[in-house]
Design a protein around this ligand. Structure first.
Ligand SMILES: [Zn+2]
Ligand SMILES: [Zn+2]
Length: 382
C-alpha cells in the first residue's frame, strides 16, 4: 500500500492579501506528517479553518524572505507548540529550513516579543553562492537548538532530513528579486506491481504441493513475494521473483520566480509542480484605463511580471513542459484574481488563467492543470 500524499493550499495570494486569498502557505502531508512550505501572515488562522492538525507539523520550509512567505512563522511556532509539556520540549524539535537571515530574524522576532515555545526548534540555513554562513550558534533563543548551515554544491542543496526514512529534499536557487528557492521532495521507491497474469497460473500448478507444505492458501505466496521482496522457489522448481521497485513520487514546490530552469537537473518527470503565476492577461487586465491607452499585450504583462521577478501562467506551463511535470498547480495570484469559487465571474477569470497554461501544454492536458484557491486540497496519486 502506498502512503497517501496530499497538499492543502492554505494561502494562494501574492503581495496583497484579499478576503479570498491569504498570503502563501502550503501543507504537504505524507502519511499523516505535515511539512509546511512557506508561512505567510495568518497561516495559523488558515490551519484552524482546515482539517489539518497543527501538532502534526514537523518541518517548515521557507522559500524566500519576502514577508508574504514568512510573516506568519513566529506566531505559528508559538501556537503549534503551546500545548505541549515543557518538560518534553526537546522531543519533536521543529526543523525550519530557509535562506539567510531566517535564523537571526526568527530569533529577534521571538526574543523581542518575550515568546517561549512548548517545543524546541532549529533553523537550517541554505547558504547561497557568495553568501557568508552565520556561524554564531551561541547566541540562541532559549528554545532554539543549533541548526546546520547547508552550502550549495553544483547549484544544489541537499537538506538534512534524517528522521523520515528514505525521503529526500533537495533545493536549488531560482531567479526572483531576492534570493529564492525551489524544493524537490522525493518519496522513497515503492514495491513494484506483481504480474498476476503470469504468476497465478504458476501458483495454481503448485497448489496441492503448497497446501502440503503448510500454506493455508496457495495464493498466500503472492502476499509473501510482495512483502518480503525475496525470490520464492515453488515446489516444482519454478522461481518467482519480486517485481522491480518503482520510483516514488516527486513533488516540486517553488518560491516566487521569473525563471526556475535551475530546477531542471534536479527533476525527473515530477508527479506535481507547484509554480507561481502572479500576473496574467485576462479580460480584467484588458480593460484600458483611458481611451488613449494602447491595448495591453501578453508581452507587456510578461515584461512586467519579469521586472518584479514573477511569472505568467504561460511561463509556469513552459517550465512544467520542460520538466515533464505530470501535473501543474498554479498559485500566488495577484489580488485582482479572486479565489472565490461561488462567484461566476471569479471562476471564469481563473479558468482563463488555466487555459493560458493549457495553450502552452496542449489542450489535451486539460485534467493536469489547476489554479489553487485557499483551503483547496489536492491528493497526489501514485
Ligand atoms: Zn510572494
Ligand atoms: Zn517574493
Amino acid at each position: 500500500m502506498v502512503a497517501p500524499i496530499d497538499i492543502t493550499f492554505l494561502g494562494t495570494g501574492s503581495a496583497q492579501p484579499s478576503h479570498t486569498r491569504n498570503h502563501q502557505s502550503m501543507a504537504f502531508r505524507a502519511d499523516g506528517e505535515i511539512w509546511l512550505f512557506d508561512a505567510g501572515e495568518a497561516t495559523q488562522h488558515q490551519l484552524q479553518k482546515s482539517n489539518l492538525k497543527m501538532g502534526r507539523i514537523t518541518k517548515v520550509f521557507i522559500t524566500h524572505m519576502h514577508g508574504d512567505h514568512c510573516f506568519g512563522l513566529p506566531p505559528l511556532l508559538c501556537t503549534m507548540t503551546e500545548n505541549l509539556n515543557p518538560n518534553r520540549a526537546h522531543e519533536g524539535v521543529v526543523d525550519v529550513y530557509g535562506p539567510r537571515p531566517l535564523r537571526q530574524w526568527l530569533r529577534v522576532a521571538l526574543r523581542s516579543t518575550y515568546s517561549r515555545l512548548g517545543r524546541h526548534y532549529r533553523v537550517h540555513e541554505l547558504i547561497m553562492e557568495g553568501e557568508v554562513a552565520d556561524e554564531n550558534q551561541e547566541d540562541r533563543h532559549p528554545d532554539e537548538e543549533p541548526g546546520t548551515n547547508i552550502h550549495v554544491k553544483d547549484n544544489t542543496f541537499d537538506l538534512p532530513i534524517d528522521d523520515k526514512e528514505g525521503w529526500t529534499v533537495r533545493a536549488a536557487p531560482i531567479q526572483h528579486s531576492i534570493p529564492s528557492l525551489g524544493y524537490v521532495i522525493q518519496e522513497p521507491s515503492q514495491p513494484g506491481k506483481l504480474d498476476h497474469a503470469t504468476i497465478v497460473p504458476k501458483i495454481q500448478r503448485n497448489a496441492q504441493a503448497l497446501l502440503e507444505k503448510g500454506y493455508k492458501s496457495p495464493m498466500a505466496v503472492l502476499g509473501k513475494l510482495q512483502r518480503t521482496q525475496v525470490d520464492i522457489t515453488l515446489p516444482d522448481g519454478e522461481v518467482l521473483t519480486p517485481p522491480a521497485r518503482r520510483p516514488g513520487r516527486q513533488i516540486v514546490i517553488l518560491g516566487d520566480t521569473c525563471d526556475a530552469s535551475s530546477m531542471l537537473p534536479l527533476c525527473n518527470s515530477p508527479h506535481l509542480l507547484v509554480h507561481e503565476a502572479t500576473n496574467a492577461l485576462t479580460q480584467l487586465d484588458r480593460i484600458p484605463t483611458s481611451s488613449s491607452q494602447p491595448e495591453i499585450t501578453l508581452k507587456d504583462v510578461e515584461d512586467r511580471a519579469r521586472s518584479h521577478g514573477h511569472s505568467t501562467p504561460q511561463m509556469a506551463a513552459d517550465l512544467a513542459k520542460r520538466m515533464g511535470a505530470q501535473k501543474l498547480i498554479m498559485t500566488h495570484f495577484s489580488a485582482r484574481y479572486k479565489g472565490d469559487d461561488s462567484d461566476e465571474e471569479s471562476v471564469a477569470i481563473m479558468e482563463e488563467i488555466r487555459q493560458h497554461a493549457l495553450d502552452v501544454l496542449g489542450k489535451e492536458r486539460d485534467k493536469d492543470v489547476f489554479c489553487a484557491r485557499d483551503l483547496w486540497f489536492y491528493e497526489i496519486k501514485y
